[in-house]
Design a protein around this ligand. Structure first.
Ligand code: SF4
Length: 320
């Protein structure tokens, strides 16, 4: 049995940075440290941080006045900062902002496009915290969010109905590269004026219909790494938190290559029968999966492989 682990599997730098910030803040803080929202979409990482005195809250109301607070990597809408300010939790004081710089970059892109007359469409998941944070810089809850390439028809109708003169499409950082490409192809099939790519530096803001590639490089590397091994594997194991958008994208990418793919959160979910007759095992993991979980999965697969080899030998001896 050969086990292939994808290059760049596991924590991206933005998630690692957010965890480091939370741990450092908690280690220096004598009282409780509050994190607004899930810092990363991984249950195990969250449990470990809770043991270090960090409390996760989904509602700002549950953060006490002047409490030491950390904001997650996904990026928050301005209303979050305002509500925290009212609780005397401010930047440079009690507030520690772990927003990933690559998410801030997308916010800045959205602001610049908007200031230059573009109506902006977001390719993302409506309920994802990053999409909510980015939408704040576009049109708030009225932002048009296309979740799949198949939403191109509604998108084209939305543009026509509102008679937008300048339209820009941007993406959540964790979306599928191929999905984004497909969305642009689909919309261009429906529009007279085609969407053209505008470089991230936003060097030409005169074109009426543009799209900007705002999917982050760590996401692209993980998708590419998964793609490379999914092409060779008999079976794929993708590890990631249940709510992790980028991990689910990796599982979908793997399935798109027709390989049997199991999406799991931890090693104990592996089932021996999945590996019957399989020789090439691919393992990939989303940006919010810790190395320890990846290693445990690999070790468990090795154990299953060793047992199956032994059984094969015994059966051959009996039959032989
Ligand atoms: S997936 Fe990309 S944007 Fe999101 S935290 Fe990681 S590096 Fe940052």
């Amino acid at each position: 049995m050969e086990i292939m682990v994808a290059k760049h599997a596991g924590f991206c730098f933005g998630v690692k940075r957010a965890i480091d910030i939370a741990e450092e803040v908690a280690s220096k803080n004598k009282g409780k440290t509050y994190v607004y929202g899930q810092l990363v979409h991984n249950e195990r990482v969250i449990e470990d941080l809770e043991k270090k005195g960090i409390e996760f809250v989904d509602d700002i109301e549950n953060i006490p006045q002047s409490a030491v607070t950390v904001l997650r990597a996904h990026g928050e809408p301005g209303t979050t900062y305002q509500q925290l300010k009212e609780k005397n939790i401010n930047k440079n004081d009690k507030l520690n902002d772990a927003t990933c710089p690559l998410v801030t970059l997308v916010h800045n892109v959205a602001i610049k496009l908007k200031n230059n007359g573009y109506d902006i469409i977001l390719f993302g998941k409506k309920d994802h915290p990053e999409a909510i944070g980015t939408s704040y810089h576009i049109k708030g809850k009225d932002t048009f969010v296309a979740e799949k390439p198949e939403h191109a028809k509604e998108l084209a109708e939305h543009i026509k109905k509102n008679d937008f003169k300048k339209v820009a499409i941007i993406s959540q950082t964790t979306m599928s590269v191929n999905g984004y490409k497909e969305l642009i192809e689909n919309i261009n099939d429906l529009m007279e004026s085609k969407f053209e790519e505008l470089h991230l530096s936003l060097n030409d803001l005169s074109k009426p219909h543009v799209f900007v590639d705002t999917i982050c490089n760590p996401t692209k590397q993980r998708q590419l790494g998964t793609e490379e091994i999914a092409k060779k594997a008999d079976i794929m194991i993708v590890i990631g938190g249940r709510n992790s958008s980028n991990s689910k994208e990796l599982a979908a990418k793997s399935r798109s290559y027709g390989v049997k793919t199991h999406f799991i959160q931890e090693a104990r979910q592996l089932k021996e029968e999945w590996f019957d007759g399989r020789e090439k095992i691919g393992v990939s993991a989303g940006a919010s999966t810790p190395d320890i979980t990846i290693n445990e999965v690999v070790e468990r697969i090795k154990d299953i492989g060793a047992v199956q080899e032994k059984e094969k030998r015994i059966n051959t001896e009996i039959l032989g």
